[in-house]
Ligand binder design. Sequence first.
Ligand SMILES: [Zn+2]
Length: 145
Amino acid sequence: MARTWSVVRCPACRNCHGIRGKPRQCPHCGQNLPSTTPVVATAETSAQLRIEVALANTPEELRDELRKKLEKVDQPLIASSSSSPRAIFKSIQQIVGEDMLLHRSDVQELLDRHDSELSVDELLERMELDGTVVRQGKGCWLLLE
Ligand SMILES: [Zn+2]
């Protein structure tokens, strides 16, 4: 799986923060970060990223303890993988009304809520292929199950 998040340490203020793609600006002191800013950790999910950033900003001698604490809290989220297609599909069933119609904006909101990497089009295309939804017109799909 591609690593999507990186944790970098700002050379000016020594604080760490998460980035996607190239380093830009430090959110702590506003320094523009060079593209050579070293990556101190990587994460595959934003939940994991939160842990890595918190750890990177903690003195080394306290990290082990903090990691245990944070992973305990975040574990259920990671384990159940709230952004899995299955979890998203479950939520989709909850957002459609009696008419079983699914609107593009609802799907977008759902994906944002699940912190999903999928785009609306990717998700709907996948569901169309499975026969879960049928396109009804512009920005509107009918849920079949
Ligand atoms: Zn900084």
